[in-house]
Design a binder for this molecule. Structure first.
Ligand SMILES: [Fe+2]
Length: 246
């Protein structure tokens, strides 16, 4: 599985209302007239103010027990792919892409180019409908791998094509995307009439290879927290801790 779109049942969608509430509150603080529709945020907030609102919302979300909500949303699915012993990124990230805003663009990249693990999975959770340029674009598994091969051969930065219409991920609120960060992805200036608001976070197996010493910042305890542990693994770790097997 390289990527998968998951449709959340209504009950699970309700769990996301916590996040909506927090972001709406921050926008409302900035403009009392805000009607609560996140995809119309740009009608109430200027491009200059949006990052401040994003950071305030991010801080507020991360003060809550968001891991519990994420678990409710995707644990069953992630378990099928990576098993039950999981780490999760320490912070839940928030993106807000308003029409015409060029301040928060991420050109085509693979997260592995900035030291994330190819064994990891990224969760991308839109809080608005996403379509066309307000969404994220993703290249296919084949094209992404070909880019890796090309970079390895050329030993330099290769030219990456511009995204086409078909590369953008269409999602409705209540759907979310699970993808391997090896996939080349990014975003462009939002040329639609709707703001996109989305959350993202990374998960990986406890048993995935540890990052090398040059990438200490990607280690368990700094970049990752424990997300879930099975009884069997917990027992095994206690056996190791006893020292008898050393
Ligand atoms: Fe990325």
């Amino acid at each position: 599985m390289i990527y998968k779109i998951l449709k959340l049942p209504k009950k699970k969608q309700l769990a996301m209302s916590q996040f909506l509430k927090i972001i709406r509150k921050q926008i409302k603080k900035n403009n009392k007239k805000f009607n609560g529709n996140l995809s119309l945020t740009h009608n109430y907030v200027t491009k200059e103010k949006i990052n401040k609102i994003r950071i305030a919302s991010f801080n507020s979300i991360n003060k809550h027990k968001w891991q519990k909500i994420i678990k409710k949303l995707v644990f069953d699915e992630i378990k099928k792919i990576l098993g039950p012993d999981l780490l999760i990124q320490t912070k839940l990230n928030l993106s807000i892409q308003m029409p015409g805003d060029s301040t928060s663009l991420l050109p085509a990249h693979s997260d592995t180019w900035s030291s994330d693990s190819p064994f990891q999975l990224n969760l991308w959770i839109p809080l608005t409908n996403t379509y066309s340029t307000n969404s994220m674009f993703m290249f296919s598994e084949k094209e992404s791998l070909n880019l890796f091969k090309k970079i390895s051969l050329d030993k330099k930065i290769v030219k990456i094509r511009k995204p086409k219409k078909k590369d953008f991920i269409n999602l409705k609120f209540g759907q979310l995307l699970i993808f391997n960060p090896g996939i080349v992805h990014g975003n462009v200036v939002n040329q639609t009439k709707h703001t996109r608001v989305s959350l993202n976070v990374r998960v990986k197996s406890i048993f995935s290879p540890q990052p090398d010493d040059q990438n200490n910042d990607r280690k368990f305890g700094t970049y990752y927290d424990l997300f879930n542990i099975s009884n069997n693994t917990e027992f095994a770790l206690n056996i190791l801790k006893s020292g008898v097997l050393n």
